[in-house]
Design a protein around this ligand. Sequence first.
Ligand SMILES: Cc1cc2nc3c(=O)[nH]c(=O)nc-3n(C[C@H](O)[C@H](O)[C@H](O)COP(=O)(O)OP(=O)(O)OC[C@H]3O[C@@H](n4cnc5c(N)ncnc54)[C@H](O)[C@@H]3O)c2cc1C
Length: 422
Amino acid sequence: MTESVTKVSHFPVVIVGAGMVGAALACALQDENIDCLVLEAAQLNTNASWPADDVDPRVSALSLASQNLLNHIGAWSRIESMGRLQPYQNMYVWDGCGTGHIEFKASEQHLPNLGHILENKTITAALHQELKQRGIEVWSEVVLQDMSPKTDQTRQLYLADGRVISADLVVGADGANSKVRQLSGLPTREWDYPHHALVTRVALAQGHANTAWQRFTENGILAFLPLQSPANSSAASHCSIVWSLPALPAQAMQALSEADFCAALSKAFEGRLGQVLATDKRHVIPLRQRHAKQYIQPGLVLVGDAAHTIHPLAGQGVNLGFLDVAALVQTLASAKASNYDLGDMTLLTQHQQRRRTDNLRMMALMESFARLFGNQHPLLSLLRNQAMHTMQSLAPIKQHLAQEALGVGKHLPPLAQDVSRI
Ligand SMILES: Cc1cc2nc3c(=O)[nH]c(=O)nc-3n(C[C@H](O)[C@H](O)[C@H](O)COP(=O)(O)OP(=O)(O)OC[C@H]3O[C@@H](n4cnc5c(N)ncnc54)[C@H](O)[C@@H]3O)c2cc1C
C-alpha cells in the first residue's frame, strides 16, 4: 500500500488575514527580521489609484498612534500619494435631544489635526503594495480550514486547497468571525448592539469645515466624517456617514428613494451642513460587540477584530487593532533577542495583559456612551446634557477624553510613537 505523504512547509510565524491589521503586522515583523507567511482569503489589492467615484463605503478615522505605525512601516507615504486623505482639525459632538455639546480642537492639543478620515480600501491598498514591495510571502485566495492543537514544537494549519503548513506562532488577524479563534476554542463575550450602522458617502451643499460631526439623536447616533471631494464635483463637500439606528429604521432608511433619504438625513442632522444633495449606495451593517476572553494559547495570538469588535461611535476599532500590532511586535522582537520561542506563553501572557487592559478600557468607555445615549428616559437625558456641559467646561476631563481618542494619552509601544521623537 502506498501512503501519500503531504509535504509540510514550516514558518516561524503564520498570519491569517491580510486586512489592515494582519498586513501591518507582517510589515512590522519584517523590520524586526522575523519571517512570516500571510494567508488571505481574498485577492490582494495593490492598485496605486482607482477612479475617484469608486468609493469604499467603509472608512476609518485613524488616530495619531495609527498614523505613526503606518509611517514606521512605510505605508503612510503611499497613502499620502493616493490623494484620498482627509485630515480633520475639529470634532463636534452634540445631543440632539438637549443643549449639551462637546468640542475638540487640534489647536487645543497643539497638533496640526486630530486624525485623518480614510476609506478602508486606501489603507489596505497601501499595505498590500508594501507587502509586495518587501517581498513578504503572501498566499492569497486561500482559506484556513482547520488547525491541529499545539504540540511541543509546532501547530499545523490545513488550507482549503489541500496544502498543510506549520508555524511556531499562528496570529489570528482574520476579523470579527475569526476562524483561528473558532478553531482554537477561545471563548468570547459577545452581544448584539440594538443598532445597525447605515453607511454611505453623501454630497453636501456646504463645506464640512474639516470637522468630524456627531449628533446623538432620539433613536441613534449620526456621524458625518469629512472626506476629500472628487475634483470634478459640483458639491461643496463630501462626508462619509455612519448612522447607528435600530434594525427596522435602518432598513427603512436604506429602502427610501434617494430624494427622500437626502431629506430625512438633512433633517436628522438639523441641516448643520446645509442640504444633503446626493448619496452613494447605502449599506446596512449589524453591530455586535465581541471580546475574546483570552487572546492567547501556546503558539497562538489573536489581534484586531479577531480579538475585539466595538461600537463604531468613536471610530476606535482599527486603532485598537494597530495598537495590538505595535505591542505584539515589541513582545516578539524581545523574544527573538532573548532566544525565546516566539509562541512562549510567558511572553504572550505579558502581551495579553497589556492589550486586554487597554482594549477593555476603551470598550467600557464606548459601551457607557452607547448606553447613556441610547436611553430616552428624561432623567438620563438631563444627566447626559449635564455631563456634556461639564466635560466641555472642565479642561482636564476634556483633555483626558481627547488623548484617549487621539491615542497619545497612554504609554505607547515604540511603533505607535512619533518617529521624530524616538
Ligand atoms: C460601520 C463601521 C464603522 C467603523 N469605523 C471605524 C473608524 O472610524 N475607525 C476605526 O478605527 N475603526 C472603525 N471600524 C472598525 C474597523 O473597520 C475594524 O476594526 C477593522 O476593519 C478590523 O481590521 P482587521 O484587519 O482586524 O479585520 P478585517 O478587516 O476583517 O480583515 C480580516 C481579513 O482576514 C481575511 N480572512 C478571514 N477569514 C480568513 C480565513 N479563514 N483564511 C484566510 N483569510 C481570512 C479576510 O478576507 C480579511 O481580509 C468601523 C467598523 C464599522 C462596522
